[in-house]
Ligand binder design. Structure first.
Ligand code: FES
Length: 315
C-alpha cells in the first residue's frame, strides 16, 4: 500500500473534547485527490494504526483535516492524538480510501449525524454545495458546546437548498427518524453516521427505502467477529494455515509473516480487504455492500471468517 509522509500543520479545538488535525506534505506539494466521505489510515508514532474520516472539503489538496473526539473507551488512537500530537510532528498515512461515497445522482440528500459522526458528512456538504444540490442535515450532540464544526455548518447552510437541523440530547431533543424519512422528497439519498443507537434507529427508519439510496458508516461493528475454526490457503504458493478458535484470519496471516494492511480491526475501514478465489466467506464487516457480500469475492480478514472448511485467498 502506498503511504504518505505528512506533517501536522495545525491543531484546533472544535468543541469540548473534539480537536481537528491538519496534515500536509512537508514540502507543501498537493496531496492525492479525495472524494467526499473518504477516510485516512493514520500510522501513529506509538505503533497503532487508526482510520479517521477526512473532514475537510474534498477539493482542498493542500492538506487533509481529520476531526477526532477524545474517547473514554479509546484503544489508544484518539487519546494519543489529543495528548501527544504536536504541530510539526511527522505522521505516516495510507492513501485516502472511500467506503462511504456520496451519491451525486440523487435529487435531494438527507444526512443524519450523531456527535463525531459529522466528520465524513462535512465534505459531502461542501461537495453538494459545489454541485448545487439540495440537502438537509440533522445533527445531534449532547450540548451546544459539544457540537463540532458548527460555525462551518452555518456557513455551508447559507447556500440555496441547504438546511441544518440541530438536536441537543441533554435538552431532551431527539431526531424523529421515521418522520424525517417519510417527510423527505422522493428520490432522496439518506446517509447516517454516528453511534450504534442512532445507526440502529436509522437502519430501522430507512427499511422501506431501496438499499441503493441508503448509506451508513458505523463507529464500531454491530456483529461479533468470526470465531475461527477453518483454514485459509494462499493461492500463489499453496501454503495453508488453520485459523484456530479465538483468532482472526488477519492475525493468522500476520503471524505467518504476510504483510497485510489493516487499521480499524473491526470491519469498518476496509483496509484489510482480500480477494477470495474459492470458498464462502462468513462476512462480519460493516463496509461491504450487499452485492459485494453476495459475490463472495472479497473478505475482511480482521473480523470475517469462512462458511466453508477452506477459504482460498489471492495471496
Ligand atoms: S482493518 Fe478495518 S476492515 Fe479490517
Amino acid at each position: 500500500m502506498e503511504t504518505l509522509e505528512l506533517q501536522l500543520r495545525q491543531i484546533r479545538l472544535e468543541a469540548e473534547g473534539i480537536a481537528s488535525f491538519e496534515l500536509a506534505r512537508p514540502d507543501g506539494q498537493a496531496l492525492p485527490a479525495v472524494t467526499a466521505g473518504a477516510h485516512l489510515d493514520i500510522h501513529l508514532p506509538n505503533g497503532l494504526r487508526r482510520s479517521y474520516s477526512i473532514s475537510s472539503a474534498p477539493d482542498i489538496r493542500s492538506h487533509y483535516r481529520i476531526t477526532v473526539k477524545r474517547d473514554a473507551a479509546s484503544r489508544g488512537g484518539s487519546n494519543w492524538l489529543h495528548d501527544n500530537a504536536r504541530v510539526g510532528m511527522h505522521i505516516v498515512a495510507g492513501e485516502p480510501r472511500n467506503n462511504f461515497a456520496l451519491d451525486e445522482s440523487a435529487r435531494h440528500h438527507v444526512l443524519i449525524a450523531g456527535g463525531i459522526g459529522i466528520t465524513p458528512l462535512l465534505p459531502m456538504l461542501w461537495r453538494l454545495n459545489a454541485l448545487q444540490r439540495s440537502w438537509t442535515l440533522h445533527y445531534s450532540a449532547r450540548t451546544p458546546g459539544q457540537m463540532a464544526h458548527d460555525a462551518e455548518l452555518r456557513s455551508l447552510a447559507c447556500h440555496a437548498g441547504a438546511k441544518v437541523m440541530r438536536y441537543f440530547t441533554a435538552q431532551g431533543e431527539r431526531m424523529k427518524l421515521r418522520e424525517i424519512v417519510d417527510g423527505s422528497p422522493a428520490n432522496s439519498h439518506f446517509y447516517g453516521c454516528g453511534p450504534a443507537g442512532l445507526i440502529d434507529a436509522f437502519t430501522e427508519a430507512t427499511q422501506g427505502i431501496a438499499p441503493r439510496h441508503v448509506s451508513l458508516e458505523r463507529f464500531a461493528a454491530s456483529e461479533a467477529p468470526s470465531a475461527g475454526g477453518y483454514a485459509v490457503r494462499l493461492a500463489r504458493d499453496g501454503r495453508q494455515f488453520d485459523v484456530p478458535p479465538g483468532q482472526s484470519m488477519l492475525d493468522t496471516l500476520l503471524a505467518a509473516g504476510l504483510d497485510i494492511p489493516y487499521s480499524c480491526m473491526q470491519g469498518i475501514c476496509g483496509s484489510c480487504s482480500l480477494r477470495v478465489l474459492d470458498g464462502l466467506p462468513d462476512h462480519r464487516d460493516e463496509c461491504l455492500s450487499e452485492e459485494e457480500r453476495k459475490s463472495a469475492q472479497v473478505v475482511m480478514p480482521c473480523c470475517s471468517g469462512a462458511r466453508t472448511p477452506v477459504l482460498v485467498l489471492d495471496l
